[in-house]
Design a binder for this molecule. Structure first.
Ligand SMILES: [Zn+2]
Length: 301
C-alpha cells in the first residue's frame, strides 16, 4: 500500500509516494506558482506525477496528505494564514481534493515533520517524540501516545515562542526573550556577526571558527548551546518524551552540538536520576520528514 505526501513550500511543491514503513518510493517537484488556484493545480500535478513514477494509479493510493506552512485548521482543511503567498482562509484540502477526486488530509508542516520522524525516523518504535527544528525560526511538534498533539485549536507546540529569558531579546511575535530569538539559525548568525565582528556569516561560521580556536567564536557557540540547553531541558521537563530530536541546518553539527546539550540535560533534567531518560538525538530524515509525515497523516489521527 502506498501513501502520497505533498510538501507545500514557498519555492517548491514536492510530492512523494511513500510505503507503509515511511520509505520514499518516488518523487516529483514543481516550482510554487502564485495564487490559490494555480497552487492547487500544481499540487495536483505533482501528486499525479509522483503516483505515476511509483507505477500506482491515483485511486489505488491509500491516502493523500499535505504539509502546509502557516496556521492551519486540519479538521476543516483550511490554511488560515500563510504570509509567504498571502493566503488567507484558503480551503486547500477541498481545492486539491476536487482535482484529485478524493479526500485530502492537511497538517502544519512542522507537525507533519514531527510525525515523519516519529513514524519513520529518529522516533521509530518509541512511545513519544518531541521534534525541534532550528531554522529561520525554532519549530516544534509532538507525537504523544501515538497521536500528533497540536492543542485544541491546532496552534500548540509553538515552542519557538516559549520565553527562556524574561525581558530578553525582542522576538518577531512581539514578546521578549523567546527561545527562537536565541536559538534559531537566524539568531545564531546575527550573534556570530555581532560578536566576531563579521559582515557575512552563516550557521556554521561560529562552530568552524571555535574548532579552530577563535575565542570570540567560542563565546558565541557556548552561549548558543547554553540557551538551547535551557529550552530543551524545559521541553524534557514538560513532556518527558522518549525521544527528543533536533533537526534543521544547525543540528547538522551533530555530536559537537548534541554532546554538550546532553551534559546540560544530565545536570538539569528534573528526572535526571531516573533509570529511563529522554534520548536526545539528531533528526534522521532531514528535509524528507515533512513529506513522509504528510503521507502518513491518515494513520495518526
Ligand atoms: Zn516569540
Amino acid at each position: 500500500m502506498l501513501y502520497l505526501g505533498i510538501d507545500l513550500g514557498g519555492t517548491n511543491i514536492a510530492a512523494a509516494a511513500v510505503d507503509g514503513d515511511g520509505a520514499i518510493v518516488s518523487r516529483a517537484a514543481l516550482p510554487t506558482p502564485r495564487g490559490v488556484e494555480p497552487v492547487a493545480a500544481a499540487m495536483a500535478q505533482a501528486a499525479r506525477e509522483a503516483a505515476a513514477a511509483a507505477g500506482v494509479p491515483l485511486p489505488d493510493i491509500a491516502a493523500v496528505g499535505v504539509g502546509v506552512p502557516g496556521t492551519v485548521d486540519p479538521e476543516r482543511g483550511i490554511i488560515h494564514y500563510w504570509s509567504n503567498l498571502d493566503f488567507r482562509d484558503v480551503p486547500i484540502a477541498r481545492l486539491l481534493g476536487d482535482r484529485l477526486g478524493r479526500s485530502v488530509w492537511i497538517e502544519n508542516d512542522a507537525n507533519a515533520a514531527a510525525l515523519g520522524e516519529y513514524a519513520a525516523g529518529a522516533g521509530r518504535g518509541s512511545a513519544s517524540l518531541v521534534a525541534v527544528t532550528l531554522g529561520t525560526g525554532v519549530g516544534g511538534g509532538a507525537v504523544l501516545g501515538g497521536k500528533l498533539y497540536t492543542g485544541f485549536n491546532y496552534a500548540g507546540l509553538e515552542i519557538g515562542h516559549m520565553v527562556i529569558s524574561r525581558g530578553g531579546r525582542p522576538c518577531t511575535c512581539g514578546r521578549l526573550g523567546c527561545f527562537e530569538a536565541y536559538c534559531s539559525a537566524t539568531a545564531l548568525i546575527s550573534r556570530t556577526k555581532e560578536v566576531m565582528g563579521l559582515a557575512e556569516a552563516d550557521g556554521r561560521t561560529a562552530f568552524d571558527a571555535a574548532r579552530a580556536g577563535d575565542p570570540a567564536a567560542r563565546t558565541v557557540v557556548e552561549e548558543y548551546i547554553a540557551c538551547l540547553g535551557s529550552g530543551l531541558t524545559s521541553l524534557v521537563n514538560i513532556f518527558q518524551p522518549e525521544v527528543l530530536c533536533l533537526g534543521g541546518g544547525v543540528a547538522n553539527q551533530g555530536e559537537a552540538l548534541l554532546a554538550p546539550l546532553r551534559a546540560i540535560l544530565d545536570r538539569e533534567d528534573y528526572a535526571r536520576d531516573q533509570e529511563r531518560r529522554t534520548r536526545l538525538v539528531h533528526a534522521a530524515l532531514g528535509n524528507d520528514a515533512g513529506i513522509i509525515g504528510a503521507a502518513l497523516l491518515s494513520r495518526f489521527r
